[in-house]
Design a protein around this ligand. Structure first.
Ligand code: CA
Length: 227
């Protein structure tokens, strides 16, 4: 999942970026509202963290833009302001959560996980697909009782992203943008997503047919889950 961090305190931004990268998020950072506004209008994110007190921009306006151009992104507002008013207004404008500074990084992580569970309606973080068990919290794939340890981080991210967006076809460029970030250029996209899916299938095939990963011809990939 990709995250845009909009925060003018550079030390905090760096701390957030390191922490979230370690939590397997792809991070982009902006230190001001103007460049954040451009990114929001151009790229699609899973999470947007918005500091309300930006030097050049009204944070709440940025939130409005995020809701408009990135309707699927979860927005978390970060505020140093003691006023309850801004937080309420942020939530009214559609922010998914807020954190008052200073906040603990672990709390941010658990709020983000809660948003993911809520947004994707996950009752359980372990998903059963045929004989495979995919554990989204511990980031593991098992076949029956056997843990499969050949799956790389990125391969897991691909499977997890398709599971979260179950019953929906995701294009190669969507998968690329959300799992590798917007840095990758478009021409390169389709081939390497296909190569990764091929590798995942090959690795899982050593245990059983992963026929739940569906190729949608001309479009992309999907995973169907009925429950
Ligand atoms: Ca600030």
């Amino acid at each position: 999942m990709n995250v845009l961090i909009v925060e003018d305190e550079k030390a905090l931004t760096a701390e957030l970026e390191i922490f979230l990268t370690n939590c397997n998020y792809i991070c982009e950072t902006c230190f001001d509202g103007t460049s954040a506004s451009e990114r929001i209008a151009t790229n699609l994110y899973d999470f947007i963290l918005i500091d309300l007190g930006l030097p050049d921009y009204e944070g709440l306006d940025l939130l409005k833009e995020a809701k408009k151009y990135n309707p699927e992104a979860a927005c978390i507002i970060l505020t140093a302001r003691a006023e309850v008013y801004d937080r309420i207004k942020g939530l009214d404008l559609g922010a998914d959560d807020y954190l008052a500074k200073p906040f603990s990084l672990l709390e941010l992580q658990s709020r983000m996980q809660a948003i993911i569970r809520r947004k994707f309606g996950l009752k359980n973080s372990v998903i059963t697909l045929g004989d495979f068990l995919i554990d989204l919290t511990n980031r593991t794939i098992a076949h029956g009782e056997t843990l499969i340890n050949t799956i790389t981080k990125k391969e897991f991210d691909l499977v997890a992203y398709l599971i979260l967006h179950k019953n929906r076809t995701l294009t190669r460029s969507q998968l690329s943008e959300h799992i590798w970030g917007s840095i990758v250029n478009d021409d390169y996209d389709s081939n390497y997503i296909d190569a990764h899916i091929k590798n995942i299938r090959k690795k899982l095939n050593a245990y059983g047919a992963p026929d739940w990963i569906e190729t949608v011809r001309g479009l992309g990939y999907r995973i169907n889950i009925n429950n």
